[in-house]
Design a protein around this ligand. Structure first.
Ligand SMILES: Nc1ncnc2c1ncn2[C@@H]1O[C@H](COP(=O)(O)OP(=O)(O)OP(=O)(O)O)[C@@H](O)[C@H]1O
Length: 454
């Protein structure tokens, strides 16, 4: 039986019953209405794959205009649904008009059963193709995003990093779910991309979702998609991130930032390996490799009752802890050199180098913002540099993180950064708790951290 949803629209109830009996043998869902006015308020029109639509409804009228009117209405509300027109008063010009308005095909009454079934079958193929085109378009735009990104190199040869990379080699070959933890800016996303690149899914998409930036009410629509009209802003059908990642890798960053309600919805999708779009009730199977990342201590969050234990066990089949930059021996200077070359080329300042004192200062610093902070620090120093050599005082980061070591007064921005850092330290990286302490929403805290480059 084909998993296809058909809607019959005809004012003649015996025609509706005859069609229902015929089509129910082959198609899973066959619904019918005898009054086309019901179409205007039909809740889930776009979930129908095919509509068989009569052309004349008012008694004695046979111009086909009513059918054309309702055809346009359906095309507006459900552009991907295939519409087949039916009329007892077949005329070639009317058929041409309906096809021009977007009908998939045309059936004359009384119909021949075999011919009608063949017409419905090809209309269903058309519907499937339209859906595939839509999904391909979404995949294509995600692929472009990935391709447009510069190739990322994982720099470093410390023992701590090599341990992570050998674990990456092992898990990449499997399809298990991976949880990557580590402080902000340690390279968790880079590691997730590396797992994808080394896996059998590498020719498929890598979809990155920043869970910290998704609001509660858009969560389902972002992740699972929605059907047109399912809520006020749902102007058209939308494929969610799970479906877009089908066949590839789905990277859920900042997984510790989900509310319990969102966690429950996510868990159900992961467990069932299916998603249901907002506004639909049809489960869609998805095949994804799931990689999650967080800087929170999820075990502690489970103990505190703010993270579901069953979700944690689903996502952490393999756990990779990315070490902080200060624990990676001489990776600091390797990375500094890498960023020096990268940004001096970008800003047309080739030949720039670090003097010994600058190297000492960079190596001795504790890098709370890790590699992202090092990257920004080097970039900033290059932009502001005048000569060929970068010196220790070209890296004034002590102002930001050790205010006690300087007499210079703090700016408002710096004070804000300090307060945020302290709140996060106190709550061991838990952004929701830190935001509560600071008297701002988690979203505001998240935006401020992004702005600061953390
Ligand atoms: N080993 C590395 N070699 C080169 N660049 C790196 C390395 N690790 C991280 N980076 C760079 O540092 C920046 C931060 O890395 P990334 O975004 O992967 O960190 P993250 O841990 O996911 O951060 P967050 O916790 O904020 O989500 C990126 O620009 C990334 O390319």
């Amino acid at each position: 039986m084909t998993d296809c949803k058909i809607l019959l629209v005809d004012d003649n109830k015996s025609i509706l019953s005859a069609l229902e009996i015929l089509l129910q043998f082959e198609y899973k869902t066959v619904d019918s209405i005898s009054n086309p006015n019901q179409l205007s308020s039909f809740p889930d029109l776009s979930s129908f794959d095919i509509v068989l639509l009569d052309m004349n409804f008012s008694a004695g009228v046979n111009t086909g205009n009513e059918g054309l009117f309702w055809l346009k209405e359906i095309r507006k509300k459900a552009p991907n649904t295939s519409v087949i027109m039916m009329t007892a008063y077949g005329a070639v010009d009317l058929a041409v008009k309906a096809l021009k308005e977007g009908a998939a095909d045309f059936i004359l009454k009384p119909w021949n059963n075999e011919k009608l079934l063949a017409t419905v079958k090809s209309a269903y193929q058309l519907r499937k193709t339209r859906k595939e085109v839509q999904q391909l378009k979404q995949k294509e735009s995600s692929l472009k995003q990935v391709i447009n990104q510069n190739k990322n190199f994982i720099i470093g040869n410390s023992r701590a990093l090599n341990t992570v990379l050998s674990l990456v080699d092992k898990v990449a070959k499997t399809d298990v779910n991976v949880l990557i933890t580590g402080e902000n800016g340690t390279g968790k996303e880079l590691i997730a991309r590396e797992i994808h690149q080394k896996s059998k899914r590498k020719d498929e998409v890598f979809i990155n979702v920043d869970m910290g930036s998704i609001s509660e009410n858009l969560f389902e629509s972002e992740l699972f998609g929605h059907t047109k009209g399912s809520f006020t802003d749902a102007k058209e059908d939308r494929t969610g991130k799970f479906e877009a990642a089908n066949g590839g890798t789905l990277f859920l960053d900042e997984i510790g930032n989900l509310s319990l309600q969102m966690q429950a919805k996510l868990l159900s999708a992961i467990q069932n390996k299916t998603i249901v779009k907002v506004g639909s009730n049809k489960p869609i199977p998805v095949d994804i490799r799931l990689v999650c990342a967080t800087n929170c201590n999820l075990e502690q969050m489970v103990a505190d009752g703010i993270f579901r234990e069953d979700l944690l066990y689903r996502i952490n089949t393999i756990h990779i802890e990315v070490p902080a930059l200060r624990d990676r021996d001489n990776d600091i200077l390797l990375l500094a050199d890498f960023f020096l070359k990268k940004f001096s080329a970008k800003y047309g300042k080739a030949g720039l180098r670090l003097n010994h004192a600058a190297e000492e200062k960079l190596s001795g610093y504790h890098w709370p913002g890790n590699i992202r902070e090092l990257q920004h620090t080097v970039e900033r120093a290059i932009i502001l540099s005048d000569g060929q050599v970068l010196k220790a005082n070209d890296f004034p980061f002590h102002n930001k993180f050790h205010p006690s070591s300087t007499d210079s007064p703090l700016t408002l921005d710096e004070m804000e950064q300090q307060m945020i850092r302290k709140a996060l330290e106190r709550h061991e990286g838990n952004q929701s708790a830190a935001a509560e302490q600071l008297g701002i929403t988690r979203q505001t805290l998240y935006n401020k951290l992004k702005k600061q480059g953390n």
